[in-house]
Ligand binder design. Structure first.
Ligand SMILES: Cc1ncc(COP(=O)(O)O)c(C=O)c1O
Length: 440
């Protein structure tokens, strides 16, 4: 690598990150390991080219190959998800959702999405601090205590507020999504139905999660999660969408450019095309199946250790653990687990009694460890390490961690982190985790 001599600081940090990823368990469910082919395309000369516009309609010269690359990506997206229109230019999931709003809504229109603390995404209308919450009137639905969606309540809410768009598809939802119900409610109130399948796009492509395509007008998906592609996104318009508005594809294209973005990232477009081709293979289907099998095996093993899960388990790639019965919060658990080499994220749970920063849950998933080749047998081993680590961590929590004196609580959290980082038993788990990782 030339970088080693020209920028040793960055080179060293990349190498350290490589080592971190190799020697620890990446179990954040929105992450994955991009295939070597995807990474190869990302580092090519395609990064040098500006291609504002769309194939055949660009603003700059020199597009003969960029056009073909984007056309291939579009065709592959249409074929894989069985839709008549695709835009492959969104820089990522958030801009993709924003482009859909820009195409379909006026400022002040009503947008209805799932609340963040129930498992929705910031771009689904989270109030005040986000674009989607500030420029639109946001109505948020929630999940029930058992983690499921009450569609009677959802319909009542939709009838009351008459949203212009209803967003389905989530960030922290361990169950199969009933897209049909969302479609029916959207139709009843005359709303657009946007299905954001960012998390589950690979599961849909692999046939292990029902597709929203028959029931949604527009579908957005990131390409870097279960699809194993580059950081990017696609926007799909369905037959149902074109029936509601034959100009919908054109509106989406215009919302991306000139509405929201400049030149597409051609290296990413090529990598998207590659991941979409891969996702159509039998091998990928098996991979998607294994993600779910692993998630369910992990959930079952964790249940055996007394961990309580939102909705009781997992029907997809992720698990949401409610730690309240274990007397440890998500913040302490996530740090202790990281020191043990198990990288997860803290998360709110339905009926949250903590805060967004110190929530009661842990979200973890299997896309990346399944990409490494791990199977059900390893899930049992990981559940054992997870349980061991949490049990040790519980003993390290200082009493005043939930003190109403903010400074005292802050000090207690710092003391916990230091103790967990130095703890011998946690270090021993990390060694075992590393040994496991290096086998894959
Ligand atoms: C459901 C959902 N939509 C959109 C996004 C945003 O994607 P990005 O981080 O690429 O902007 C995420 C990210 O996790 C997501 O979970």
């Amino acid at each position: 690598m030339k970088l080693k001599s020209t920028d040793p600081e960055i080179y060293k940090l990349i190498k350290l990150e490589e080592k971190r990823q190799r020697e620890t368990l990446q179990m954040i469910p929105s992450e994955n390991i991009a295939t070597p082919e995807v990474r190869e395309a990302l580092g090519t000369v395609l990064v040098n080219k500006y291609s504002e516009g769309y194939p055949g309609k660009r603003y700059y010269q020199g597009q003969e190959f960029s056009d073909d690359i984007e056309r291939l990506a579009i065709e592959r997206a249409k074929t894989l998800f069985d839709v008549p229109f695709a835009n492959v230019q969104p820089y990522s999931g958030s801009p993709a959702n924003t482009a859909v709003y820009f195409a379909l809504l006026e400022p002040g229109d009503v947008i209805m999405g799932m609340e963040l603390s129930s498992g929705g995404h910031l771009t689904h209308g989270h109030p005040k601090v986000t674009f989607s919450g500030r420029y639109f009137k946001s109505v948020q639905y929630t999940v029930e205590k058992n983690g499921s969606i009450d569609f009677i309540k959802l319909e009542e809410l939709a009838l009351k507020y008459k949203p212009k768009i209803i967003v389905s598809g989530f960030t922290a939802f361990p169950k199969i999504i009933n897209f049909k119900k969302f479609g029916q409610i959207a139709d009843k109130v005359g709303a657009w139905h946007l299905a954001d399948i960012s998390h589950i796009a690979g599961l849909v492509a692999g046939g292990v999660h029902p597709s929203p395509v028959p029931y949604a007008h527009v579908v957005t998906a990131t390409t870097h999660k279960t699809l194993r592609g580059p950081r990017g996104a696609i926007i799909l318009v369905t037959e149902k969408g074109l029936k509601k508005d034959p100009e919908l594809g054109e509106k989406i294209n215009k919302a991306i450019i000139p509405g929201l973005q400049g030149g597409p990232h051609n290296n990413t477009t090529a990598a998207i095309a590659i991941c979409l081709k891969t996702a159509a293979t039998t091998k990928f289907k098996k991979y998607a199946e294994q993600i779910v099998k692993n998630s369910q095996a992990l959930a079952l093993a964790l249940k055996g250790y007394g961990f309580e899960m939102v909705s009781g388990g997992s029907e997809n790639h992720l698990i949401l653990i409610d730690l309240r019965n274990k007397k440890i919060d998500g913040w302490c658990a996530a740090w202790a687990l990281e020191y043990a080499g198990i990288v997860v994220n803290r998360n709110t749970v339905p009926g949250e009694t903590g805060s967004a920063f110190y929530p009661s849950g842990i979200r973890l998933g299997t896309p990346a460890i399944t990409s490494r080749g791990m199977k059900e047998k390893e899930m049992k081993v990981i559940a054992g390490y997870f349980n061991e680590c949490i049990n040790i961590a519980i003993e390290l929590i200082p009493q005043n961690i939930s003190s109403s004196n903010k400074d005292a609580a802050k000090q207690a959290r710092k003391a916990f982190k230091d103790a967990a980082q130095k703890d011998k038993a946690i270090k021993e788990i990390r060694i075992k985790v590393k040994k496991l990782c290096l086998k894959f």
